[in-house]
Design a binder for this molecule. Structure first.
Ligand code: COA
Ligand SMILES: CC(=O)OCC[C@H](N)C(=O)O
Length: 369
């Protein structure tokens, strides 16, 4: 097992998603899951304290990566997907906290996935084994071991990252001191699986164009109907397309340029299999294992993972459901940085059940259900 920067070790140069690391921040770790050698790409901010007690794990969603914080590095500047949340003076203040953000197992931004070389030297491609959310957490636990982190001060995740955050707290309760589960379910429902099934069919018919179709379907589930109505209504563009069609085309084109269809399928299958209660006596019993101080939050306009799904988790953990108010639907977990930041600050202040507005870590916009 090895850890740390690995000079010259970047994914093969080819398509956009294989392009390596423009800002040179990324590090790699190699380990082994049963039957699967893994390499995990990760980024860090801040410094680990001598007691190794200040580490915060940040877990990305489906098409995210380790680049949580943007920077104007020596390469081209790259935005982060949770800019504003992490850094000096930010809710996760890197003068105090050591932040670790890995790319997920099965992903395509540096961590082992279908794009990577199998032991026979050829890319895994469609031969890549089916991995579960539990495998992904097991891989992240190997990284934690290698970094010498026995327990995370906090594990934070939204959407697919929220599934992994919850799985961490259920399967390794002694290693998670506090937990943010944002806009994620305890188990994927029939509707989630059905929505994913249509996407997977499209990708199997034609990986590249199919992923474009998959993104259109998925992106609709990430936004709210009132938002789409207010922004686009029935407007048509000069080229004859409805404006909302053009908007979806744009998001599809962007994803095709930056993501691997086989990876998209592997991660989607992993989410379909997500059920923290499976083999553990059900969701309620599984949630009973969690010892972390917890904040569980949802977005009030989320039609993919509606509030009732976070309410189930909150109830099982014995905490109030927190509600982020947003017109943007599920993607509110990325967009409503101020409200999410207030929840994170509250969690890290050690007072997740604290009085709204009490002190610097008080709520700014989100509410209790
Ligand atoms: C991050 C994100 C959720 C932010 O949402 P947002 O700021 O509300 O962005 P929107 O959904 O309004 O999309 C804006 C884009 O649509 C384009 N757009 C808007 N209306 C359009 C139309 N009628 N036709 C074509 N394109 C249109 C904008 O030009 C803009 O393009 P750009 O992103 O290339 O600059 C969103 O950009 C996104 O889904 N990004 C994908 C990456 C991601 O999710 N990363 C994090 C994973 S952890
Ligand atoms: C299910 C999930 O992780 O959704 C994340 C949506 C986000 N916009 C993304 O593209 O990752």
């Amino acid at each position: 097992m090895s850890v740390g920067p690995t000079a010259g070790e970047t994914p093969p140069a080819a398509g956009g998603w294989r392009e390596g690391d423009p800002n040179g921040r990324r590090q790699w770790f190699r380990g082994e899951l049963p039957g699967l050698p893994v390499r995990i790409a990760y980024e860090t901010w801040g410094a680990l304290d001598p007691q190794r007690s200040n580490a915060v794990l940040v877990l990305h969603a489906l098409t995210g990566d380790s680049h949580v914080v943007g920077e104007a590095g020596p390469g081209h500047p790259t935005p982060g997907w949770w800019d504003g949340l992490i850094g000096p003076g930010r809710p996760v203040d890197t003068r105090r906290w050591f932040v670790v953000a890995p790319n997920v197992l099965g992903g395509c931004q540096g961590t082992t996935g279908p794009w990577a070389a199998a032991p026979d030297g050829r890319p895994w491609g469609a031969r890549f084994p089916r991995v579960s959310v539990r495998d992904q957490v097991a891989a992240e636990a190997l990284l934690a071991d290698a970094l010498g982190i026995d327990a995370w001060a906090a594990v934070l995740g939204g959407s697919m990252g929220g599934m992994r955050a919850l799985e961490w707290a259920v399967s390794l309760p002694d290693r998670v001191k506090s937990l943010l589960v944002l806009a994620a379910p305890a188990a994927s429902t029939a509707e989630h699986i059905a929505l994913a099934s249509a996407q997977l069919h499209a990708i199997r018919l034609d990986p590249v164009r199919g992923m474009g179709v998959a993104r259109r379907i998925a992106h609709l589930s990430y936004r709210s109907a009132p938002e789409l109505e207010a922004r686009f209504g029935r407007d048509r563009q000069a080229d004859g397309r409805f404006a909302v069609e053009s908007y979806l085309d744009h998001h599809a084109d962007k994803l095709v340029r930056r993501f691997d269809p086989e990876s998209y399928a592997v991660l989607t299958e992993a989410m379909n299999g997500h059920d923290v209660g499976a083999g553990r006596g059900g969701v309620r019993a599984a949630l009973g294992r969690v010892t972390a101080r917890s904040v569980v939050a949802g977005i009030d306009s989320d039609r993919l993972y509606p509030l009732a799904q976070q309410a189930e988790i909150a109830e099982g953990l014995g905490v109030d459901l927190r509600v982020v108010s947003s017109p943007f639907g599920h993607d509110g977990f990325l967009i409503e940085v101020e409200q999410v930041g207030a929840l994170v600050a509250e969690l890290l202040a050690g007072d997740p059940g604290g009085d709204p507005g009490s002190g610097a870590a008080g709520l700014q916009g989100s509410r209790r259900a």
